[in-house]
Design a protein around this ligand. Structure first.
Ligand SMILES: *Cc1c(COP(=O)(O)O)cnc(C)c1O
Length: 390
């Protein structure tokens, strides 16, 4: 069998050692607390599940869906954008259904880049951007996210010859893995930058509904004129506890959506119509479930972990959005060494920051996707093991 050159571009898997330690811990009966994965422990909201139960029984939902998404799904996307962001989008022209954002992010590279093009990618970041840039023969240029800039890229630092060859620029706020959020001022700056340099601005909006204390993360399209240069990937996964359902959509101008559709119609055949029907319910009628989950559950867990780590010497401020805590590892450890230590001594899984790019070295990511009680137990175990930040 021949393996494509493409496969060889995938970076080596970094966490084999941690996986081995995890397997050994589980085998010896250790009660593992996993703060590793960005996936809800709670079920999908009940209104969505109920809608799905009805929709799946309806034979009208059993055939191939329209490629671009059902009219109801695209209309719900536009109603949601108007209500949530104050943004007008035409369901007939500006929306394309995706089988989860990951699918859409991956395939967008086929629609909008050629081999040799540069793709501007944050570091650290969701790994799919850089991997797909390489899959299509494009060249990632990493924009380092620095803590002193609030993990916002400094566009002025990108060399002019790089900018000239750039086809796409990726941003993701609220951010995985850092939990950072972006201001509308930064959005204005990045829209102007991409307009000036004729770059497609790709906004990965996966965490807009997972925000706290009344903070409402913006859409890139809240910037006037953004429709000229941007595409936004809106995922239902994290906001509505729908990671397993595979439902998302892209928003962009007619030309962008048409180009993207050429790849999509020749690749897949859309989202199961029953899931689209349940997604309509998610987009239109889940506000109170989102608010309740954010206020009563996730923000409390976040505070338990932030306060717990701070009692061990860290100086972390609570993120305004996402379910991630991004924190530096103590002196004398690499990211990998620290995560291995915490696993071995405490039975806690956290993720080494360098899994999200070279600039993530020196950090770890913890997801508050277990109960407050388990988070407190995790902190107690760290304290007992003498783990502290210095
Ligand atoms: C979870 C996540 C995705 C993937 O979302 P799906 O819609 O479930 O595919 C994309 N981008 C980021 C930054 C994520 O954290």
């Amino acid at each position: 069998m021949k393996r494509s050159q493409r496969i060889a571009t995938v970076p080596p898997y970094l966490f084999a050692e941690i996986d081995k330690k995890k397997a050994a811990a589980i085998a010896s009966g250790v009660d593992i607390i996993s703060l590793g994965i960005g996936d809800h422990d709670n079920p999908t909201f009940p209104n969505i599940v109920k809608k799905m139960q009805q929709a799946v029984a309806d034979p009208a939902n059993h055939d191939y869906p329209p490629y671009e998404g059902t009219k109801e799904f695209r209309t719900a996307a536009s109603v949601f954008y108007k209500k949530r962001f104050g943004v007008e989008i035409d369901p007939a022209k500006n929306v394309l259904a995706l089988i989860g954002s990951k699918e859409g992010i991956a395939h967008s590279f086929l629609a909008f880049t050629d081999p040799g093009d540069i793709v501007l990618i944050p570091d650290p970041a969701y790994p799919v951007y850089a991997i797909w840039a390489k899959f299509v023969g494009a060249v990632p240029y990493y924009m380092t996210l620095e803590p002193q800039n609030g993990f916002i890229p400094d566009l002025k630092k990108i060399p002019a010859d790089v900018v000239k060859k750039a086809a796409m620029l990726w941003i993701n706020y609220p951010n995985n893995p850092t939990g950072a959020v972006a201001s509308i001022e930064f959005y204005k700056e990045v829209v102007a930058f991409c307009k000036k340099h004729n770059i497609l601005l790709c906004s990965d909006l996966s965490y807009s509904e997972l925000a706290f204390e009344g903070y409402k993360p913006p859409s890139i399209f809240e910037v006037p004129g953004a429709m000229d240069v941007a595409i936004e990937f809106y995922s239902l996964s994290k906001g509505f506890n729908m990671t397993g359902w595979r439902s998302a959509f892209a928003v962009g101008n007619e030309e962008v959506i048409k180009a993207f559709s050429i790849i999509k119609t020749n690749t897949d055949s859309g989202i199961f119509k029953a899931i689209q029907s349940a997604s309509v319910e998610a987009l239109l009628n889940s506000e109170k479930y989102c608010a309740e989950q954010n206020d009563k559950l996730i923000s409390k867990r976040r505070d338990a972990l932030v306060n717990g780590l701070n009692s061990l010497g860290w100086k972390i401020t609570s993120p305004k959005a996402t379910f991630y805590i991004w924190a530096p590892v103590p002196k004398g450890f690499t990211s990998l060494q620290f995560c291995a230590e915490v696993l071995e001594k405490c039975g806690i899984i956290i993720v080494p920051g360098n899994g999200y790019g070279a600039a993530g070295e020196g950090y770890f990511r913890a997801a508050v996707t277990v109960s407050e009680k388990r988070i407190k137990e995790a902190v107690l175990r760290m304290k007992k093991a003498g783990i502290h930040y210095s």
